[in-house]
Design a protein around this ligand. Structure first.
Ligand code: ATP
Ligand code: BTN
Length: 328
């Protein structure tokens, strides 16, 4: 099915009202049989439709699709320099920007309704069903090399947490180095990738995935506890949170972060990260490629390195392919 037909169909059904097969057929310029096939495709994407004889088809509860203009309208003034691209489907927003990093200007943002090959850290897959969550990446160019970016991935977590808090969500915590949790379950993930000269001009792609309203049946491949914004909002008595608004808030925060980071670094973000640190003063176990370290998590230093109190004294652990788990 062509992407623009899928978009048109969804744009009509997004209102949550019933639409007859003939109305949809006219809209797409196809037969009713073809409409039926298209509707089957939607159900394969995990979009459950209700059909009723005589009334037609409806998407119960409607659907909020991502909209470049809605996101732009909700961004802060300084984020106006970002250039947004909203796509229905992409392999991975990170892959898309990384493969074009040399050509694209700094500040390009790729946002997708669905990823067919969403990527997590360490080569893992990121589950990315259609129109349920947020998946986006931002490209930024730095002249001062990788050293300028120490601690940045932790600060990205703060941007996500503060965006959610600005919409009333409480209880978001940050697990070193860059997981966003609520109720101890994974709410969002961050994937930073870099290309260019690590000692000079380099391109950074910051990928963010936030679970917003994911059905359990769509998350069967996730092998760890997860949570979404919709269930937090319900439990906390908040009205449903718009994906467009949340996306705009995170992008605005990221824009502030990236503009000032080369000058001020992690120092301005450390306290904000610590205020939300998961497992603070608790025993944890760190697994790296070569070893395991046990100790009490006492915080992070001004570069974002993890401070662990171990039997052998305080140890500093720098980011990378490291996994942290609670020992309690
Ligand atoms: P750590 O690096 O500390 O082990 P982690 O267990 O969160 O952290 P990551 O590599 O950061 O692992 O994230 C990838 C993992 O995230 C995958 O193994 C998968 O279980 C999980 N995952 C994939 N998609 C989602 C999603 N939409 N929401 C929550 N978790 C997901
Ligand atoms: C993790 O916790 O392992 C990181 C997950 C990062 C997922 C986001 S979704 C948008 C961007 N595109 C990707 O392929 N991955 C990141």
């Amino acid at each position: 099915m062509q992407q623009d037909q899928l978009q048109s169909l969804l744009a009509v059904l997004a209102d949550g009202e019933y639409h007859s097969g003939s109305e949809l057929g006219e809209l797409l310029g196809v037969s009713r049989a073809a409409v039926w096939k298209h509707l089957q495709k939607l159900s394969e994407l995990g979009i459950e439709l209700d059909s009723s004889r005589g009334r037609g088809y409806c998407l119960p509860g409607g659907l909020e699709l991502l909209s470049e203009s809605k996101i732009a309208a909700c961004m802060s003034a300084n984020a106006a320099l970002l250039s947004l691209e909203v796509l229905p489907l992409v392999d991975s927003t990170n892959t898309r920007l990384m493969s074009r990093a040399e050509q694209l200007p700094s500040g390009v943002v790729c946002i997708a309704e669905q990823q067919s090959a969403g990527r997590g850290r360490r080569g893992r897959a990121w589950v990315s069903p259609f129109a349920r969550n947020l998946y986006f990446s931002m490209l930024w160019r730095f002249d001062g090399g990788a050293a300028e970016l120490e601690g940045l991935s932790l600060a990205v977590g703060v941007c996500i947490a503060e965006a959610l808090e600005s919409l009333g969500v409480v209880g978001v915590s940050l697990k070193w180095p860059n997981d966003v949790l609520a109720d101890g379950k994974k709410l969002a993930g961050i994937l930073l990738e870099m290309s260019g000269d690590p000692a000079g001009a380099c391109h950074l792609v910051i990928g963010v995935g936030i679970n917003v309203d994911m059905a359990a049946a769509q998350a069967l491949d996730i092998d760890q506890p997860w949570v979404d914004v919709a269930s937090l909002a319900r439990a906390q008595g908040l009205a449903p949170i718009s994906r467009n608004v949340l996306c705009a808030r995170v992008l605005s925060n990221l824009c502030d972060l990236l503009s000032e980071y080369p000058e001020y670094g992690f120092a301005r973000w450390r306290e904000r990260w610590m205020a939300r640190a998961a497992h603070l003063n608790k025993p944890v176990r760190l697994t790296t490629a070569s070893q395991q370290i046990q100790g009490v998590l006492v915080g992070v230093d001004v570069s974002g390195a993890l401070k662990l109190a171990t039997d052998a004294g305080e140890q500093l652990v720098y980011g990378g392919e490291v996994s942290l788990r609670s020992e309690s």
